[in-house]
Design a binder for this molecule. Structure first.
Ligand code: ADP
Length: 266
């Protein structure tokens, strides 16, 4: 595992947490949460101690993807202090802003309120010892990002995009955000999600529904690593919906794709 960079200049270090990896996207719906969930379970399968903080205040989807929607984190006493204990499934410790909202209610978080809730989930939680804490950021480049970047010692950021032009334009802004003077988070690389589609009856065909190699080319253009491509697969969507990330299915091409992505990321 990599050692955190800039731990001393940015935010408070979190004792026991070796690496914090932020997963971002410019545009919503490109599969940022899906990629985060699958990276998390893959890291856990590789034997790492993993936490996942779902900071997507606009649409927290991690509880459903981990089949823990409706659960509430319990309080535990640690060194005389009451701490929130993350919910655990598939070897991943999970905290989500979704645990603190009603399922059918649209919660309009104001910036400072969201930042406060996130800070509590980070600093008042009992994460224990972790090799990796993944943070599923909200889409875009808003003030909530700034607040997370400034309060957390982020090791690096992964940016997810589809190969589609409008998604790439937003991913470019995302990378620019991490490179800003006030933020300066190293970009670990770009992931191309929904890279192509292969119908079951035409296993040798790849259809580039959202365009071809867009994220790969953008990575080259921005001089950041290209971490790999994940195809558009019905099983990936289905696995998310039933709450068991697809990368947990052994011996499948999806599992292999996420293993390769994970190895290149860490
Ligand atoms: P975001 O976090 O960027 O908003 P999600 O991870 O919620 O995006 O994904 C958006 C939708 O696309 C979800 O329904 C998800 O199941 C689906 N999805 C994401 N990646 C893939 C993929 N590689 N193959 C099939 N469906 C996917």
């Amino acid at each position: 595992a990599k050692k955190p960079a800039g731990n001393t200049i940015r935010g408070k270090a979190i004792p026991g947490i070796d690496n914090i990896i932020a997963v971002a996207s410019g545009k919503g719906g490109v599969g940022k949460s899906t990629v985060t969930a699958n990276l998390a379970v893959t890291l856990a399968q590789m034997g790492f101690r993993v936490g996942l903080l779902d900071a997507d205040i606009y649409g927290p989807s991690i509880p459903i993807m981990f089949d823990v929607a409706g659960e509430k984190p319990l309080a535990v006493e640690v060194a005389g202090k009451s701490r929130m204990r993350p919910v655990e499934n598939y070897g991943v410790k999970v905290l989500s802003i979704g645990f603190f909202t009603e399922p059918d209610q649209a919660v309009i978080w104001r910036g400072p309120m969201a930042a406060k809730a996130l800070n509590q989930m980070i600093f008042d939680a009992h994460w224990g010892e972790l090799d990796f804490l993944l943070v599923d950021l909200p889409p875009g480049t808003g003030d909530i990002h700034l607040s997370i970047m400034q309060s957390l010692p982020i090791t690096g950021a992964v940016v997810v995009s589809t190969p589609q032009q409008i998604a790439l334009a937003d991913a470019r802004k995302g990378v620019a955000m991490f490179r800003q003077e006030a933020i300066r988070v190293p970009v670990l690389g770009l992931v191309e999600n929904m890279a192509y589609f292969t119908p079951a009856e035409l296993p040798d065909n790849q259809y580039y529904i959202f365009g071809r190699h867009g994220a790969r080319n953008l990575a080259e253009d921005l001089d950041i690593p290209f971490l790999g491509e994940i195809p558009l697969v019905q099983g990936i969507r289905e696995a998310s919906d039933v709450g068991r990330p697809a990368a947990l299915q052994e011996g499948t091409p999806t599992r292999e794709a996420f293993e390769e992505l994970t190895r290149r990321t860490v």
